[in-house]
Design a protein around this ligand. Sequence first.
Ligand code: CP
Ligand code: NVA
Length: 310
Amino acid sequence: MGKIDFLSIADFGREELDLILDLAATLKEAWRAGRSEPRLSGKTLALIFHKPSLRTRVSFEVGVGQLGGRGLYITDAEIGFGKRESVHDIAQVLSRYVDGIMIRTFRQSDVAEMAKHASVPVINGLTDAEHPCQILSDLFTLREKGVALDGMRIAWIGDGNNVAKSWIDATLAYEIELRLACPEGYHPDEKAVEQARTSGKGKVEIFDRPEEAIKGARAIYVDTWTSMGQEEEAELRRRAFAGYTLDRRLLGLAGEDALVLHCLPAHRGEEITDEVMDGPQSVVFDQAENRMHLQKGILVHCMAAGGGRP
Ligand code: CP
Ligand code: NVA
């Protein structure tokens, strides 16, 4: 059996995704009960970051420690990704030292290149195109809140960005009804939408207005209007996304049992108001917590002896 990389939700079938979700639930339960699960004892995970991070960095680093392994944080200042040294050579060298590589970078193709040349598992910790760990973790949070993933209607309000793309990928495996409201010019990746529509189990619809997308939603998801690397466009984007703020008025159109999700970091007062983010329907901090439990599931699935494909 070959190594298991975690590059995209689209690479995984339902059975394997469910297995990781179940593994994360087992590990979370053990953590709550104070039982140690040293399933990665003696193993090292390299954590390469070319963009900032709070959740992904801390949850992977603490998570691998809880599994008996260690995390090694590396920034581009050290390795000069693709400049000081080629992705090919970095992958080969790191594979001689560590047992897994998590990478957050700009291009999805660089992550794929890293996976191709590394002999150890590679995990995508966010690219400009995708954020698969986040979405698997969010599926975990929703499931934990008692939401049945099959048949769930979720509204995406905002930029059709990397996080949106991974949500679209989730409809390949689950019967999720995903309703995206994105302004003109900020629609999601067309190929991903096409793939979801032709071979997915769920349904993907795109709306012009958030008021349309949010109707009947069991969950509502927002993300920043200006992703990492797009800071120079912030003002332009503030104008383009006017009317896309998740506030009490908009949330009221979804119903009282709708859950509010945000991958964070949030720009309070832009894509979400304080009132909604700190309100009773918000599960954003549970989402953040669950990143750690889910990353542990991914790590054990990809890196542990006894982990692996169903
Ligand atoms: N949601 C998320 O990935 O957060 P960080 O950018 O802080 O890792
Ligand atoms: N879309 C955001 C997600 C942050 C976790 C970004 O790429 O900055």
